[in-house]
Design a protein around this ligand. Structure first.
Ligand code: NAP
Length: 514
C-alpha cells in the first residue's frame, strides 16, 4: 500500500483547521502536519492540531523540520524535541526526524517516542542536487534502522531521478518501507511512480501555496489525472518528452483514454533538456530498467529530430514517412527490448482533412494545395501530401525556407505577397498566425477564400480561428486543428495499447483544458 500524504503548513491551530479539512476532502491517506511553520509553537497548539487531523480519520504524520535541513524551525533542538514529543503524545501515527544530527544537540528520539506506537521516519534532504555522498546517506539510513527511511533531493535533469527509482526498487524487493523523491519539475516522475515501486507514501500538495517542496503535484492531479488508484507494480509506463513540458495536454488526454478503456497504463510528463545527449541518456536509463515497463513515448518540441537520430544510432525500426519528414513523434518499446518510431502528426492531419472534406486518398492527386509556413508541421504535410500527388505551393514569411523545402520535395514556393494570385482548392495554415493571444491574425485575407475550398487550420487554440471564420463565411469547408491534434494522439494510443482510441473522451479532455 502506498499512501497519499498531503502536507499542511501549520501556522496556527486556527489556520490549520480549514486546511486539514481540505486535505481530508482531497483524498489524503496521511496528513503531514508541518509544525515547523507554527508561529507560536505552544503545547496546546500542537495538541489541538494533531487532534483535529486525527478526527478526519486520516493518519497523522508530525514533522518539525529544522532550518538546517531546509525547514522553517529556527529554534533550539530542545524546543524541537518538545514539539515532536507533544505531537507523539497527542496521537501522531508517524514522526519524521532528520537522519543527520546537528553537532550542538542531538534530537532525543527515545524520549520523543516513549512507549507509544508511533512509527519513526528518518529522512534526509538535499534541496540543490542529487547528493554526491548518496551511498553514505543510504548507509547511515540503513544503520539507523528506522521504521521508514526517506530520501529527497533536487533533480536538475531527468536522469537524476533514477537514483531514487533504483533505491525504491531495491527497497521494494527487500520489503523495506521507504520514501524517495526527486524535487523540481525534472523529478516529477519519482512522485508519480512511487506507487508502482511500492513506496511507503508519495506527497501531493493541496495547491501551489501549500506545496512544501518544489515540483509537488497537487493531490487532485495525482488522484484524477495520474491515476493514483489504478497504478500497480505491473502498470505500463508512457510519457511525453518535451522541453518545456508543463503546458502539455498529452498526460491528460492519454491518462483519460487509459481510464476510459481500463488499460493498465500511466502516462507521465518527462522534462528533458534539448541536447541529444540528454535525450539519449534518458532513453538508455529507461531501457536498462525493464522493471519500469516503459512501453511508449510521445515526442515533441524540441526532441522530434533527436528521436529520429536515436533510432538511427541503435538501428531501430523507423517508419519510412517519419524518416522522410525527418521527425519522430512516437516511440514504441516492446517487451523484448525492440525500439521503433513513427510520426502520427501527418496521418493525424490527413485523416482530419479526409473526414472533414469527405475525401479519399486518391482525391489528393493533382489537387492544387497552398501550405502556409515552412516549419515542422508544414514539413510533415508537404512530405505527406506530395507523396499522395498533390500540387503543393508553399508560402512562408521567410522565403528562403519555403524555397528550400519546395526544392527538397519537388513542389513550388511563392512569397507571401503572391497570395493575391492564390488558386488552390486546399488551403492549410501551418504558421502560428491566429493562435492565442493573436487571434485576429490570419495568413490570408477573407477575399482569398472561395466557396467550395477546403480550409484546414492546424492552430487549435482557439478552436475557431479567424481563418476558419472566413472559410465558413465564404461557404468553404472549415477543418479545425483540434481534430488533427486528437487524431495524432488517438493514433499514438492505438500504437501504445493495441486498442481503439476513445476519441470522443480525448477530444472532450482537450476542449475542457482549452
Ligand atoms: P515552427 O516550426 O516554429 O514554424 C512556425 C511557422 O510559422 C514558420 O513557417 C514561421 O515562419 C511561421 N510564422 C511564425 N510567426 C509568423 C508571423 N508572425 N507571420 C508569418 N509567419 C509566421 O512551428 P511548427 O511546429 O511547425 O508549428 C506551427 C503551428 O502548427 C503552431 O503554431 C501550432 O498552432 C500548429 N500545430 C498544430 C498541431 C496540431 O496537432 N493541430 C500540432 C503542432 C503544431 P518563418 O519561417 O518565417 O519563421
Amino acid at each position: 500500500m502506498t499512501y497519499l500524504a498531503i502536507p499542511i503548513k501549520v501556522e496556527s491551530a486556527a489556520v490549520a483547521q480549514d486546511l486539514i479539512a481540505q486535505a481530508a476532502q482531497a483524498g489524503a491517506d496521511i496528513i503531514e502536519l508541518r509544525l515547523d511553520y507554527l508561529t507560536i509553537p505552544t503545547a496546546d497548539a500542537v495538541r489541538q492540531v494533531v487532534a483535529e487531523a486525527r478526527q478526519t480519520g486520516c493518519k497523522v504524520l508530525a514533522t518539525c523540520r529544522a532550518d538546517w535541513e531546509g525547514g522553517s524551525f529556527k529554534g533550539s533542538e530542545k524546543g524541537r524535541n518538545a514539539i515532536l514529543k507533544q505531537a507523539v503524545r497527542a496521537g501522531a501515527d508517524y514522526v519524521d526526524i532528520e537522519s543527520a544530527c546537528r553537532a550542538d544537540g542531538e534530537i532525543q528520539i527515545e524520549s520523543i517516542l516513549g512507549k507509544t506506537e508511533t512509527k519513526l521516519i528518518r529522512s534526509n534532504h538535499d534541496f540543490n542536487e542529487l547528493p554526491g555522498d548518496w551511498d553514505k546517506r543510504l548507509a547511515r539510513l540503513a544503520q539507523q534502522q528506522p521504521d521508514i527511511a526517506k530520501i529527497a533531493y533536487k533533480a536538475n535533469k531527468i536522469t537524476d531521478c533514477f537514483a531514487a527509482l533504483d533505491w525504491l526498487h531495491s527497497q521494494q524487493q527487500q520489503k523495506h518501507s521507504a520514501i524517495a523523491m526527486a524535487m523540481g519539475e525534472a523529478g516529477t516522475i519519482t512522485r508519480l511512480l512511487a506507487k508502482k515501486l511500492g513506496a511507503f507514501l508519495t506527497f501531493a500538495s493541496l495547491g501551489d501555496e501549500q506545496a512544501t517542496a518544489p515540483g509537488q503535484v497537487t493531490a487532485k492531479d495525482i488522484r484524477q489525472l495520474y491515476r493514483f488508484d489504478a497504478v500497480n507494480a505491473q502498470t505500463k509506463l508512457f510519457g511525453v518528452v518535451a522541453c518545456p513540458v508543463g503546458h502539455s495536454m498529452s498526460p491528460a488526454i492519454h491518462n483519460a483514454a487509459f481510464a476510459e478503456t481500463d488499460f493498465d497504463g500511466l502516462y507521465v510528463p518527462l522534462l528533458v533538456a534539448p541536447h541529444f545527449s540528454e535525450f539519449q541518456g534518458m532513453i538508455h536509463a529507461f531501457c536498462r530498467r525493464q522493471w519500469l515497463h516503459l512501453r511508449g513515448l510521445s515526442v515533441t518540441i524540441p526532441h522530434k529530430e533527436n528521436a529520429l537520430r536515436y533510432l538511427q544510432t541503435i538501428n531501430g525500426k523507423i517508419d519510412s514517412l517519419a524518416a522522410k519528414i525527418g521527425a519522430v513523434n512516437t516511440m514504441i518499446f516492446s517487451e523484448n527490448g525492440e525500439v521503433s518510431g513513427c510520426n502520427t502528426d501527418y496521418p493525424g492531419a490527413l485523416k482530419a482533412i479526409m473526414d472533414g472534406a469527405k475525401m479519399g486518398q486518391g482525391d489528393f492527386k493533382g489537387l492544387p494545395t497552398a501550405i502556409f509556413g515552412a516549419g515542422g508541421v508544414a514539413r510533415a504535410l508537404v512530405v505527406g501530401l506530395t507523396d499522395l500527388g498533390a500540387n503543393v505551393t508553399i508560402y512562408n514569411r521567410t522565403a528562403e525556407k519555403a524555397e528550400k523545402l519546395a526544392a527538397e520535395f519537388g513542389c513550388e514556393a511563392a512569397p507571401l505577397e503572391a497570395i493575391g494570385d492564390l488558386d488552390a482548392k486546399l488551403i492549410i495554415n501551418c504558421t502560428s498566425l491566429g493562435m492565442t493571444p493573436n487571434t485576429n491574425q490570419c495568413c490570408v485575407g477573407a477575399e482569398a477564400i472561395k466557396p467550395g475550398m477546403i480550409v484546414f487550420d492546424t492552430v487549435y487554440n482557439p478552436l475557431q480561428t479567424q481563418l476558419l471564420n472566413y472559410a465558413r463565411a465564404a461557404g468553404a469547408v472549415a477543418i479545425d486543428g483540434l481534430t488533427m491534434f486528437v487524431n495524432q494522439a488517438a493514433l499514438q494510443f492505438e500504437l501504445f495499447t493495441g486498442q481503439n482510441a476513445p476519441t470522443d473522451i480525448m477530444r472532450q479532455v482537450v476542449l475542457e483544458r482549452l
